[in-house]
Design a protein around this ligand. Structure first.
Ligand SMILES: Nc1ncnc2c1ncn2[C@@H]1O[C@H](COP(=O)(O)OP(=O)(O)O)[C@@H](O)[C@H]1O
Ligand SMILES: [Mg+2]
Length: 234
């Protein structure tokens, strides 16, 4: 029988000794210089740091969108590095949701259709489309805006639709790269409150990057990035 290492119940992601370099104009640029961190289910984890400190680079590694130059990222105890591109694509499609700074909605589709489309693409059963779309719009507080197209909605509302879309397929992990960067402080706080509601309701892990200091106190865990390394969680 294979020996199974004991893991804490909520442990979802584990990053061990991760380095990442890019070649930029023929010169190697070391962006991540030895990162160790964990992301747990039921928690809001934030990566903070100045522009250029490597937040997006790290978030891409957490989502299996890119591979480290050195070190490993484990998702539910299994290394991304040992999986084929096809396996990684399947894992991402089923278990991970992504939200970006720009809202990435389909302009000709209503809020409802945008969310429902992501369920269809994830291969959800047809009988689930309607109740799950309704539930996700409810979670982001936009039930009444379901029939509006993105251009009829504010930036904050569009981001909330993007969040509903990203959680529609019930991922275990939601990754959000500067999701509040284009929003005013009131709307940014609303997004964080919605993240907390989603964590409560769905038990998922949310990991987001931000350089907005007013948001950090709402996190369960904050990792500060500086010079390619992390400071201890606060
Ligand atoms: N694909 C890439 N090729 C070359 N350099 C990159 C690439 N991606 C990021 N970088 C560089 O890595 C550094 C960190 O970038 P990034 O992770 O986007 O930081 P942040 O999200 O904290 O602003 C920057 O200097 C950036 O120019
Ligand atoms: Mg970034």
């Amino acid at each position: 029988m294979a020996v199974q290492l004991m893991q804490p119940a909520g442990l979802l992601l584990e990053v061990r000794g991760v380095h990442k370099s890019f070649i930029s104009g023929g010169i190697p640029l070391q962006v991540l210089k030895g990162i160790d961190l964990t992301v747990e289910s039921g928690k809001l984890t934030m990566l903070r740091g100045r522009s250029g400190s490597g937040k997006t680079t790290l978030l891409n590694l957490l989502g299996g969108l890119d591979q480290p130059s050195e070190g490993e990222v484990f998702f539910r105890g299994r290394s991304f590095q040992n999986q084929s591109d096809k396996q990684l694509t399947m894992l991402r499609r089923r278990q991970i949701g992504f939200v970006f700074q720009s809202f990435a909605l389909l302009p000709l589709f209503s809020a409802w259709e945008n969310v429902e489309l992501s369920l269809r693409m994830a291969g959800a059963r047809r009988s689930e489309w309607k109740p799950r779309t309704a539930r996700c719009l409810e979670l982001v507080g936009l039930t009444k805006r379901a029939n509006h197209r993105p251009y009829e909605l504010s930036g904050g509302e569009q981001q909330r639709i993007a969040i509903a879309k990203a959680i529609a397929h019930k991922p275990a992990l939601l990754l959000a790269d500067e999701p509040t960067a284009e929003l005013d402080s009131q709307m940014a706080a609303r997004i964080i409150a919605i993240f907390r509601d989603i964590i409560e309701a769905e038990g998922i892990a949310i990991c987001m990057t931000t350089h907005d200091s007013t948001l950090w106190e709402a996190a369960d865990v904050v990792y500060q990035m500086a010079d390619g390394r992390l400071q201890e969680p606060e």
